[in-house]
Write a protein of this length. Structure first.
Length: 324
């Protein structure tokens, strides 16, 4: 999530609390943690299939793991880890007690120092690296907390993962000066897609109600999303083919929280499905399935492309499913 506005706030009470928060910097968040599984080919395969990444470096006897999987090898799964330090819980308790009871992930940074290979045993240590001064954002007022995790493979430092969250008190809704009541919420609109020189042709196709897929001019490999070079051969030349519009649901998730009315079919912020659609041409794209309740979307469901105008300035490719 992007925090769109930020500012410092000072004051005697804030200074006293900030001093207590700063004392947590440098304290461990996790010590001598271990990955529940060694780096392994099945997890690499699942990751690559989900991402649609066919890079040959991730298969075969000399395979390496995709670098962006760095954090995946440290995750505790549903049963969690038992190695998180008391300092992290104390810090969150202090922020909760000061009224900063909401939390949102804001960004992460990763540094890769050496490839991870099947068989590597993962260990990690994490430290509370920084706690910001009190900040005012569009979401509300609070403090940014940055945690740094050092990931090791068989004892050798393999990468660093920094994860930043905002612990905040939600901003109050604006009051109507006439009645002292909250002003009616403005109609939510979809976030604008980022259009740049690498994907402008795709969005031009959408404007013409055409779903265009890149095709490498060298090896003929189709690719989606649009990229400046071919994943298979590295070629820079390409043209496009128009998708037939037929596809199936390869996988999907149901988004329950946070509620975002702009994405909900009823506009009320209820749950909605986000699907990975496998097109008949063999590439995959993320989109919404329409015409079907979120709890009726199923893997393997056939879908058909259509174009949805979400507001006067935005039209998006979506897929209509059936409940058959």
């Amino acid at each position: 999530m992007t925090v769109v506005r930020e500012g410092n706030e000072a004051g005697p009470g804030n200074d006293e609390l900030y001093g207590r928060l700063k004392a947590f910097e440098g304290r461990p968040a996790a010590t001598a943690g271990t990955g529940k599984d060694p780096v392994n080919a099945p997890m690499i395969r699942h990751w690559c299939e989900a991402m649609g990444d066919g890079n040959p470096a991730y298969t075969g006897p000399d395979a390496i793991a995709p670098p962006t999987m760095l954090q995946a090898w440290t995750m505790g799964g549903l049963s969690g880890h038992t190695d998180r330090s008391a300092a992290y819980e104390e810090l969150f308790g202090l922020l909760d007690g000061a009224g900063y009871t909401s939390v949102v992930a804001t960004d992460c940074e990763q540094e890769y120092l050496r490839p991870l290979r099947p068989g590597d045993r993962i260990s990690f240590d994490a430290v509370i690296e920084a706690v910001s001064e009190r900040k005012t954002t569009k979401l509300g007022t609070g403090h940014f907390v940055t945690t740094r995790m050092d990931v090791r493979a068989d004892g050798e430092l393999a990468g660093t993962h920094r994860f930043r969250i905002l612990k905040y008190a939600p901003a109050a809704k604006p009051q109507s000066p006439e009645r002292g009541r909250p002003e009616p919420a403005k109609k939510a609109v979809r976030p604008r897609p980022v259009v740049n020189r690498d994907n402008a042709g795709f969005w031009q196709g959408v404007a013409e109600h055409r779903l265009l897929i890149q095709r490498c001019g060298g090896c003929g490999t189709l690719r989606f999303p649009w990229l400046p070079g071919c994943n298979a051969c590295g070629g820079q030349e390409w043209d496009t083919v128009e998708a037939s519009g037929e596809g199936t649901v390869h996988s999907h998730v149901v988004m329950h929280h946070p509620p975002f009315p702009a994405f909900a079919p009823d506009g009320g912020g209820g749950p909605y499905a986000v699907a990975l659609i496998e097109l008949a041409e063999g590439v995959r794209m993320v989109s919404n399935v329409v015409g079907v309740p979120y709890d009726k979307v199923r893997i393997g469901m056939p879908v058909r492309l259509e174009f949805l105008r979400t507001d006067p300035e935005l039209e998006l490719p979506v897929f209509r499913g059936g409940e058959g």
